[in-house]
Design a protein. Structure first.
Length: 185
């Protein structure tokens, strides 16, 4: 092979090692970003389940409706959407990045599938309930605020608990993927 061939092989080997190291770092970054975004969303839904909704349950009907209308309006902001949509996109991108690493892919895909269900519940159940509550109008002018609240509160709280659990499971899957990634890195 000669000295020249040996030098070329060494350079090629170092270059491939550098590419592989960069790929591992990018995969770790994407996986970490997905995990953080998922943690933020799981935490948001968790806080609603264990603090916001129980506190609001102590309020009278008009106050309950007004506060929920306000929350549903202000939560539609870039910071929330960055984590809500970011968790979906980053987890999907992480799955694509680790597609050839079965031990990682299984956990990332599990996280993605579970989060897609939570995302669909949010989009297809909770958001329409939020919209219906907004359409009820000014709480001071609602003829039967007890009925409006009754139509909203129990179903919304139940579905929020479901999505909180799903996001927590998804977060757990991503944490497990990070552990697997860490062992391989």
């Amino acid at each position: 092979m000669g000295l020249r061939g040996s030098t070329m092989s060494a350079r090629t080997g170092r270059a491939l090692t550098g590419v592989m190291t960069t790929t591992k770092r990018i995969n770790g970054f994407v996986l970490g970003a997905a995990t953080v975004a998922m943690g933020l969303i799981a935490g948001a839904f968790y806080v609603f389940s264990c603090a916001v909704m129980p506190a609001l349950a102590r309020s009278d009907d008009r106050t309950y409706i007004e506060v929920m209308q306000n929350i549903n309006e202000v939560i539609q902001n870039p910071v929330f959407f960055l984590s809500f949509i970011g968790a979906l996109l980053l987890t999907g991108f992480a799955a694509w990045r680790v597609r050839r690493q079965r031990a990682l892919l299984v956990w990332v895909l599990a996280a993605l599938v579970v989060y897609v269900v939570a995302f669909l519940i949010t989009s297809g159940v909770n958001v329409p309930m939020n919209d219906a509550l907004a359409d009820a109008g000014d709480p001071a002018r609602i003829a039967d605020p007890a009925r409006v609240r009754d139509d909203f509160e129990d179903p919304w709280v139940a579905w929020n608990a479901v999505r909180a659990v799903l996001c927590t499971v998804s977060l757990g899957c991503l944490v497990r993927a990070m552990v697997v990634w860490g062992r391989r890195a």
